[in-house]
Design a protein around this ligand. Structure first.
Ligand code: C2E
Ligand code: MG
Ligand code: MG
Length: 819
């Protein structure tokens, strides 16, 4: 021992203490000895501590050795206590050794003291070293256990020589067992292996022990006490003995069950992600795409590598939708999710509707780290929806709108008509004796006829108006914006004719079928869809009663009017083709000479074998139908040719007046047409006077000036016809290059009885003179009128007083007579 040892000497006799001290020193034991002679001193010394050895006398007055020894050992278990005694029996000495004294030395044989002290000190230091080693072992063992517990892994240690296996408490707990359960045998482990994993695991283990590797990692399933399986990963290492023979195999058990489950969950999620038919995408916080699934690429047409790292805006159809998408993001941020219908753009530009759901993915701290979006392409859904809609609204046989859709469309048309103040018509067509077709040829043929009829009507009606089939053989047409009642009748007539043409069926049969049409008008015949349909139906029934194959209005007078008008219209067409029009001429008499110097050409219609039809009965219709243009051309050409002949005959006329309709005056080709006709008939332009009414001029606005100037430039004369009826002022007419003003016969008629008429007429004459216009009075029938007019400065007159309009030959006779 390097340092001096501290020895507590318990002795009542000082001389003995000194003797002991001297003895120790003399025997080279470097000892610092302290003398304690009573219990108090012993207590103090022990409290101070730092003792390497205690030497104690057996017989100290007031001190029980045994008691004292027990006290010392209790406080310092490893402190060696040697007994020094003058006299002690052998038996007693053994007793004392038993209770913990290390040795005893007799005072009269003190030579044993030094070796005994040395041995005790050595033994104490060995014990201390062992204690320390044990302590550090305990600590490291504890540390290891803590580490294992922290890792949550179980330890096993298999002594291959003794075939003993240590299973740590945690190892057992992992499988549901307590510390004191399970024996330390390799069979414990083998028996707990999942039956399916037992053989393969043992085989691997066997191979490993035979091979040269020192490390192995096994994976297997073990049976938990609760009957369930646990997935285990077991890394282990081999410890070899001095000869390199396997000695111990030490390893751990890591429970993978949870992570296996999580892994399975992940695998399922991945499978869902890749195989779902819905497009899925994941974006980061800023909406940058991080992942998309195959369905996303199929629906959006964007390959995966083209969308990754791009913004979601690639799906936005246009800039207009930006605000919408921004609102969507705001809601996702605020509420964590959003769903609704959006419109998206495919890579090819195609826009499609989609149902989109956005959800934010939050971390443990509750903050959004990414967003997952799922959308389905609704276009197919919409398509089938549309198909369903179509089925609900269409007749399956003909694909025409059915009653439901008809009513919707009709109500819509009625709304429009109410708003515009226009008229619309409902035409109900019913096939006559259709039942006969069904009964004689069978329903298939009946269906075929219906389909053909539908096709014909559809071609006729076109897309703008509604054609519906109400079932059976009943079709309905809605005509929007019907200007004239006859237009509806015209459509009905055409429908009847279309259906009436023979139907050639697939089986070679030819079917002739007629149809009747009933017409109701809005607002005349009703103001609801149902009412109008019902009234059209009633009218159809009446049409059938009156002999099938015709049309009828719900209101009878309309039928008659329309009938007449339609008959007239087709009559006019025929008349033009068949040249049934004739011109009559009425002289225009100059008051200065009293002779006719001009003539007005007035058209009449002479249907073969019928009465002459006056212009007031057909001119308006010719105007409405546009026939007036052709008719007007004919009149002009005829009048010019006639005038040319009279010029050639030297009849003494210098002008033919021809009425021009508003329709003609609107034509920008008018002056060219007139020029060609003049040219063809070789009539000098100055021999032609064109009559225009105020309304005709006013309807053309500024265009009238150019139009008239173009005529005027050719040298043609221009006259205002029926002046005074059109509410225009003379000041207004000043703008136009006019030559003549014809005072309307309504003023002349009341002369000389009506003071007002007299005043108006004389004013008109005075103002016309002022404008350097020549003035003619129409409808002069009496001398009184003539007298007034000539007195008022009127230039010429026209009227029955001189002559009615006459056929050309008669007019020539009249001229000769009046000559
Ligand atoms: P208008 O141009 O004012 O023709 C004069 C009309 O007055 C003629 O009727 C004529 O027969 C009638 N009339 C002449 N003198 C008298 C009379 O003393 N008493 C009465 N009560 N009537 C008289 P008309 O021939 O029936 O022609 C009517 C209208 O038809 C014409 O009025 C003209 O606006 C139009 N018209 C006639 N021919 C044509 C034509 O070729 N083209 C165009 N666009 N319109 C024509
Ligand atoms: Mg006229
Ligand atoms: Mg007139």
């Amino acid at each position: 021992m390097d340092r001096p040892v501290n020895i507590l000497v318990i002795e009542d006799v000082k001389a003995d203490f000194l003797m002991i001290e001297r003895h120790l020193h003399r025997n080279q034991i470097a000892a610092r000895c302290l003398w304690a002679a009573n219990a108090a001193e012993i207590g103090d010394a022990l409290d101070r501590g730092g003792w390497d050895l205690v030497l104690s006398d057996y017989n100290v007055p007031g001190l029980d050795f045994r008691e004292n020894l027990t006290r010392i050992r209790g406080r310092f278990p490893n402190l060696p206590v040697l007994l020094i005694s003058g006299s002690i029996g052998e038996e007693e000495a053994v007793e004392i050794l038993k209770i913990g004294a290390w040795d005893f030395v007799l005072k009269d044989n003190l030579a044993r003291l030094a070796p005994s002290v040395r041995r005790a000190l050595l033994e104490a230091s060995e014990r201390e070293a062992l204690r320390r080693a044990e302590e550090s072992l305990r600590i490291s063992e504890e540390r290891f256990q803590l580490a294992m517990r922290g890792a949550n892994d179980g330890l096993w240690d298999w002594n291959l020589k003794s075939n003993d296996v240590y299973f740590s408490p945690r190892w057992k707990a992992m499988l549901g067992y307590a510390e004191d359960e399970l024996s330390s045998s390799p069979f414990t482990w083998i028996n707990l292996l999942h039956p399916d994993d037992r053989l393969p695991t043992q085989a691997r283990m066997g191979e490993f022990l035979k091979g040269g590797d020192d490390r192995i990692e096994l994976r297997f399933r073990m049976r938990h006490k609760d009957g369930g399986d646990r997935h285990i990963r077991a890394p282990a290492f081999l410890i070899r003995d001095g000869q390199g023979q396997p000695e111990r195999l030490v390893g751990t058990h890591v429970d993978l069950t949870e992570s296996k489950l999580a892994e399975a969950g992940l695998r399922q999620a991945a499978a869902v992600f890749t195989s779902t038919l819905e497009a899925v995408f994941v974006t980061d916080r800023d909406g940058v795409i991080l992942a998309v699934n195959p369905a996303f690429s199929i629906i959006s047409e964007y390959p995966e590598d083209e969308v990754l790292s791009r913004g979601l805006d690639i799906l936005q159809p246009g800039h207009d939708d930006r605000a919408f998408y921004q609102a969507m993001w705001r809601e996702v941020w605020a509420k964590g999710s959003w769903q609704g219908e959006v419109s998206c753009r495919r890579r090819g530009g195609d826009i499609f509707p989609a149902w989109l759901g956005m959800t934010s993915v939050v971390n443990e701290g509750g903050e959004s780290v990414s967003y997952v979006g799922v959308f389905t392409d609704l276009s197919r859904l919409k398509h089938s929806e549309a198909k369903l809609q179509h089925l609900a609204h269409h007749d399956p046989l003909t694909d025409l709108p059915n009653r439901v859709l008809l009513r919707l469309r009709l109500e819509h048309a009625l709304d429009r008509s109410r708003r515009d103040g226009s008229r619309c018509a409902v035409l109900s067509l019913d096939l006559d004796h259709f039942k006969v077709v069904n009964d004689s040829l069978g329903h298939d043929c009946g269906d075929e006829v219906l389909r053909m009829a539908a096709g014909r009507l559809r071609r006729q009606i076109g897309g703008a108006d509604t054609l519906a089939r109400l079932g059976g053989d009943e079709f309905v047409v809605v005509l929007d914006d019907v200007v004239r009642v006859e237009d509806a009748a015209g459509v009905a007539q055409e429908m009847i004719e279309n259906i009436g043409a023979p139907h050639r069926l697939n089986n070679g049969h030819e079917v002739c079928i007629r149809a009747s049409v009933g017409i109701s008008l809005f607002p005349d015949d009703g103001d609801s869809a149902d009412q109008l349909i019902q009234h059209a139906d009633t009218a159809t029934y009446q049409a059938k009663q009156e002999g099938r194959g015709g049309y009828r209005f719900y209101t009878r007078s309309l039928t008659e009017k329309a009938n007449r008008r339609l008959a007239m219209e087709s009559g006019l067409r025929r008349a033009l083709e068949q040249k049934e029009f004739v011109l009559h001429y009425q002289p225009l008499v100059s008051l200065a000479s009293g002779r006719a110097d001009g003539v007005e050409a007035l058209v009449r219609w002479q249907p073969p074998g019928q009465d002459l039809v006056p212009p007031c009965q057909f001119i308006p219709l010719a105007e409405e139908t546009g026939l007036i243009v052709t008719l007007g051309d004919w009149v002009l050409r005829e009048a010019c040719s006639q005038m040319r002949r009279w010029l050639d005959l030297g009849l003494g006329l210098n002008k033919v007046a021809v009425n021009l309709s508003p329709q003609q005056f609107r034509l920008s080709s008018l002056h060219e047409r007139v020029r060609d006709i003049l040219h063809d008939s070789r009539l000098p332009p100055s021999c032609l006077e064109l009559e225009l009414t105020e309304t005709t001029i006013m309807a053309q606005g500024d265009h009238a000036v150019t139009q008239m100037a173009a005529l005027k430039d050719q040298g043609i004369h221009l006259a205002i016809d029926d002046f005074g009826t059109g509410y225009s002022s003379l000041a207004y007419l000043r703008r136009f290059p006019l030559d003549k003003l014809k005072i309307d016969q309504s003023f002349v008629r009341d002369i000389p009885h009506d003071q007002g008429a007299i005043e108006i007429t004389s004013t008109i004459i005075a103002m016309a003179k002022n404008l350097k216009l020549s003035v003619l009075a129409e409808g002069v029938e009496t001398h009184a009128q003539l007298d007034f007019l000539s007195g008022s400065g009127c230039d010429s007159c026209q009227g029955f007083l001189y002559s009615r309009p006459l056929p050309a030959d008669d007019f020539k006779g009249w001229m000769a007579r009046s000559g």
